[in-house]
Design a protein. Sequence first.
Lengths: 469, 401
Amino acid sequence: MHFLAISNDTLFVYYVVSNVIYLGLLIVAIVKNVRHRHRLGSQRLELVRASPFTPPITLIVPAHNEERSIVSSVGALLGLEYPSLEVIVVNDGSSDATVENLRQAYQLQTARILYIADITTAPLHAIYRSPLDPRLFVLDKEAAGCKADAINAGINAASSPYICVVDADSILEKESLIRIMAGVFADPGRVMAVGGIVRVLNGSRVVNNQIEEVRLPKSPIEVMQVIEYLRAFLVGREGWAGFNMLPIISGAFGVFQRDLVMQVGGFRTHAVGEDLDLVIRMHRRLQEQGRSYHIDFIPDPTCWTEVPTDLKSLARQRARWHKGLIDTLWPNRDMLFRARYGRVGWLVLPYMWIFEFFAPVIEVVGYSTIVLALITGVLSKSFFLQFLLFGYAFATLISIGSVLLEEMTFRRYSNWREVARLLIYCFFEHFPYRQLTMIWRLQGIWQYLRGDLQWGQMKRVGISTNPAA
Amino acid sequence: MESIFNGIGKFGPAGLVLQAILVSLLGIFLLVGFIVLRRWYRGRYFRRRNERTVALRAQWDEILSGKISAEDWRFNPLDCDIVESILLDSIEMSPADKLSPLLNCLRVSGLLDMRIYQARTSRGWKQRTALLTLGRTRAMEAIPALVEGLDSRLRETRIAAVRGLGRTARMEAAIPILDRIVIGQFDAPERSLKNALVNCCRTCPEILVTYIEHTHGPVRVLLARVLGELASPELGEELLVLAADPLPEVRASAARALGNTNTSYTLPALHSLASDAEWFVRLRAVVALGQIENLGKINILLRALCDANRHVRQRAAWALAQMEPHIEQILEDVVATKDDYALQALVSELERSGAIEKFVGGLDGSDHQSAQTALMEVVAEARKRVELTGKAMAAAAAGAH
């Protein structure tokens, strides 16, 4: 009985604190967003485009078995509006026709360009260049079984002071690079990395490698992910960046200072969540050096990406994300509560341990003890219902808050029906979708403890054959 | 021990949790209501705006000439906003000689005075918007109000003033910025300052030289960087003084500027800068050499091709690869240097530009078959050696890692 009471109290406090933190992030995100929109009003993108002081940037596209989407993705990347651009596709030992498709589409030729592996990677087979577009290079390397190794090869070959890592199955909006670099231009000396928003591509109409019409996907599982992405990026990342404590820049779209990435040894090979891992190591390095820095999130540069369409793929992806979380938190546990790591060690990492890593464990234990307490009479039935309703209503409020942020800023979903659907699905995000993701995350913990660090396959529809296209 | 749940539960239906539920539900209701209302309002606003834009466009010539009095649209906020944005867009797109009627309309209608007033008396984003709008007008009388913005204690406002002054693209707007930079206590992002100065000093880069002479350290570097973008042959020997500056960043900018000039002193100055102690100065000099038309640059570029820095080698190779009519001689000279890295850089660049196929094809048809075969063997051999060295370096790096 005593245990049940303590357990219930703990869960109550845990739940209230986690939601209050998220509410705080939502408020900060709204303020930051409004300020960003005002600031955008004073920046004309065509001036940035024409400015001789706009620094060059290298896009690194790691590709493993991307034969269905690689050609259209590269086409879209080469069509981005940025004055000085280099695109490096790194084929990470694909067993399909990824390189062959690129070779045919861009008439790739072998280029015997000297490549020095400042960051150690699996050996390169060849470097190709395209006579059709001299900005395109393709590195064909042996498979290392991880995305990080491919990105590192791209970093070695990159010739720009800034690198931008983009997933091969993603589409960047035409102005996204200029917009994301606006974050760097604000204070180039301090801004070390900037993340952009990743949105769900499923359901949208794609023409000539660009989003022609933004539509919500049809299946509920995909719409749930739309809301999840909006909440994670527009509330979570925007909020953390507002406090200058952003712990992650999505591997699908982010800009980094190349020198700093080289200093920290590039992306950690075989890290399951290489994007989170890199940003935490960047924080570590910069805090150790006592530098004044900023790792920012900008909400308007958009990267559209395919999300899993079936439960099996989604389960695998979420388990992997959770493995990635543990895989980063554990090696960096020495940063916890250490003065030299400042706010990262005192706030972000403890938050990630308690409210991200332990969340599924605490929730499962909590649900079980609450039910047990209800059965044994430790908890009154009316209060049990009240608590459940409160938890549900509060969490739904945050989800609707993220839709509000989307509405206030970019309004990508333009018709009433789509917005109504988004709002309706907000009411299902915390029951039953949240409980499903909790199970998948528990699976991730179990797999990690068993030593299973595989990425797993995700069933893809492919951009060019998107059903809505 | 009593549970928190039961403690709160004692409050009964009016308990904290119940209140929290109600607050949350109210929050949900308000958010959904706000989203719906906002959508409805914006939809209505943009519909009206479109209608009014079409109507005002149809009367544009009359509005511009004053046949339709400003009073007819000036006091309707929506109409006023539309007319102002059309005017500003037109000003941005118009050449200097076509500005007069547009500026006249801004003045006569009082729009310019309104923005000047806002820039001086408003605060926050309203003031910043006014500053940027004033910049877009490119009107002389906007400059004093913009200059006042430079002295704001708020950084965002100072940035807006810098951007506004930059947009006027007038030399008179550069002077207040330069005066404040020279003092060294002006806090604004370097990029905004550089862009503003490039816009304002485009017609008169000489002014920068005067200021560079009186500055030191980072400010001198910043001004030199701007000058590097704007330099013209008229700058003459002043660039030579900068090319001998003690600050390497200034020398690099001088090299960049020299690339835009092609006078008798350009080549000797770039020759000297291409042997600078700092690699980025040499790099800038090599890039500048690539821009000028002078056969004398070949020897300098050949030396740069053997540079210790790979970026310098690559740019030198790029510049040499552009000189197609002389490529056979250049390649022979590079082979004669016995520098494998130089040869590799050049061959890579020829491959990158597609010139290698043309070159080899040309050799096949000529009378010097044995010489060509030998040359290509040398290239292949050098490439092999460089690749082996590269692998050895990578292995060493892996070991160190």
